[in-house]
Design a binder for this molecule. Sequence first.
Ligand code: NAP
Length: 260
Amino acid sequence: MTVALITGASMGLGEEFARQLAARKMDLVLTARSEDKLRALAAELSRAHGIKTHVLACDLSCEGAPQQILDFLTGNNLRVSWLINNAGFGVIGPLEEMDARRVREMISLNVSALVELTQLLLPQLRQADDARIINVASTAAFQPIPQFNVYAATKVFVLHFSEALSEELKGSRIRVLCLCPGPTPTQFHVAAGIDARLFNQGQTAQQVVRMGIRGSDRGRTVIVCQRVWTNLLIRLTPRIIVRKVAGIIGKFMVNQSRKK
Ligand SMILES: NC(=O)c1ccc[n+]([C@@H]2O[C@H](COP(=O)([O-])OP(=O)(O)OC[C@H]3O[C@@H](n4cnc5c(N)ncnc54)[C@H](OP(=O)(O)O)[C@@H]3O)[C@@H](O)[C@H]2O)c1
């Protein structure tokens, strides 16, 4: 049996990864902080698909959490062959108004935990015949975003880290994909403090996750859930204009969200 470890599996894109990988008959290790939600999902998927599910509730922004996950796997005699680094959150607003503790948590979760977990699990991924790493970044990775400053910076880290790792692992049996969703209706807006209506236009979580899994099956390195022309425009437009436009959009997001 293939075992997939999914971080941030209690809701949103992580929950959807769990549903789609369960349908492929993979055994699952689900982790996030909300133990009740994870247990309910694990029981439902085990029943529906006849797979084994394991739950580990932990706060991945805390030091030592990735090692706790590795110890859990070892203790349960589990070897992971798919790693879905999905847990993450963002916060909007000007940097000087942000709670410094939340900023630290965001960097720890979106960046440090993702790197540490990947590094800890590489030895066992190398043992698998068909190993995958799917790192969830964002379309925010393609430009600096004033008012979403730190979040966008964490996601460009994930993008560059994933692309570089994918090259490092060429010739091995590990495929690395960076999935870059656009605004997707999940609970992301709650932690971010963004008006939910700004997330209702894009793709659904089902579509985003399907694109990610299909992209990984096809050996792609980056999947961007955005119109091709938008992405091209961002890449071809001078940086000074890109950040000015991103700044206008960032201010609009903040104003719209504070009006609620
Ligand atoms: N939705 C979007 O518009 C969008 C767009 C681009 C990229 N993304 C990225 O997609 C990923 C998934 O986000 P989502 O949209 O599914 O958001 P979501 O619905 O808020 O889900 C976030 C998941 O991360 C978990 N999580 C949050 N803080 C955690 C912590 N400290 N330790 C462990 N787990 C934690 C949450 O579970 P608990 O609260 O139970 O811990 C939850 O399972 C994130 O990396 C996000 O940056 C989302």
